[in-house]
Design a protein around this ligand. Structure first.
Ligand code: ATP
Length: 306
């Protein structure tokens, strides 16, 4: 078990008839940034709350830092930002952290260190209510970082941030990772996870679809074809790479193929009589990655028939 900071097996949570988390097996290794990825309602928050001992599982096993979830000695080594951070609006960022530090039995040195880590020292005397959303979120992370916990659990740390704030948060998490911090974060943005995570677990409708490295997920390059007739374009693509590697999205044909194959593809399309408007390398959206993985739609986690 060494090297594994979190291990779950068959982790399940039911609310009445509804299975929010369905036999999830998850492993987070020491020193990695692990992205727990899935659409809204997929079961991410419920899982994170179970890891922290805030929600009792219906079934399955959890080990966090070698202990059952919620064990006080393990919790002391975990920093978490799961609900939005509750801070006092009229206190400064620094004083808010001091309040948290007192609860945790930490001194002001820990507060200053945490402020430094999230790059808020210069604004630490400003009142919380004056902070931008990004600063509020960074203060939340600072709170989770008090005392330098071994494991950081962050639920949607970039949620609600503007692009600049998101980039700041990504940089912060990467910087922490470079210092050896283990981070488990949830996100519904594949692009974001690709930029900060070493490994990713993909969850939809309560089920873990895959646990993989970002490189593997990224590995599949695609080509997108816009042409008419679409059916013929699709047949050509299927002949070239096999039907299981072809999908039709938004009136375009998308195939898993390296960009280097586009001349070959264009020739094949033209000789089949397809009017080719466009062939370009495709960037997979999370939705497409999900579809490619499983045929499960993303938006609301409901099943679609492929
Ligand atoms: P989001 O990003 O929207 O929070 P999520 O992936 O974190 O999504 P969860 O919040 O874990 O998803 O919710 C998973 C499912 O469990 C949802 O269908 C939700 O409605 C349901 N659920 C969560 N908490 C409860 C609860 N206390 N009672 C009943 N159902 C719940």
């Amino acid at each position: 078990m060494t090297g594994h900071v979190i291990v779950t097996n068959g982790l399940t949570k039911r609310y009445g008839d509804r299975v929010a988390v369905d036999r999830v097996a998850l492993t987070v290794r020491r020193g990695e940034v692990y992205g727990f990825l899935g659409p809204n309602g997929a079961g991410k928050t419920t899982t994170l709350r179970m890891l922290l001992g805030l929600v009792r599982p219906t079934g399955g096993e959890i080990t966090v830092l070698g202990r059952p979830p919620g064990a006080p000695d393990a919790l002391a080594r975990i920093g978490a930002l799961v609900e939005g951070p509750g801070f006092y609006p009229y206190l400064s960022g620094r004083d808010n952290l001091r309040v948290l530090a007192r609860y945790a039995g930490l001194d002001d040195v820990a507060v200053e260190a945490a402020l430094e880590l999230v790059d808020l020292t210069a604004r630490a005397s400003d009142r919380f209510r004056k902070y931008s959303l990004g600063m509020k979120q960074r203060l939340g992370v600072a709170g989770a970082l008090l005392g330098r916990p071994e494991l950081l659990i962050l639920d949607e740390p970039t949620n609600g941030l503007d692009p600049a704030g998101m980039a700041d948060m990504r940089n912060l998490i990467r910087a922490l990772a470079e210092q050896g911090q283990t981070v488990l974060l949830s996100s519904h943005l594949l692009g974001e996870a690709q930029q900060i995570c070493d490994r990713i677990g993909v969850i939809a409708a309560g089920r873990m679809l895959t646990e993989t490295t970002v490189d593997d997920l990224r590995g599949e390059s695609t080509l997108v074809v816009r042409g008419e007739p679409l059916d013929t374009a699709r047949s050509v693509a299927c002949r070239m790479v096999g039907a299981d590697k072809v999908s039709t999205v938004d009136g375009m044909v998308r195939l898993q193929a390296d960009a280097a194959r586009s001349p070959e593809l264009i020739r094949a399309l033209m000789s089949a009589g397809v009017t080719v408007h466009e062939v370009r390398p495709g960037e997979r959206t999370l939705e497409e990655a999900f579809l490619a993985l499983t045929g499960v739609g993303l938006d609301d986690g409901t099943e679609t028939t492929p």
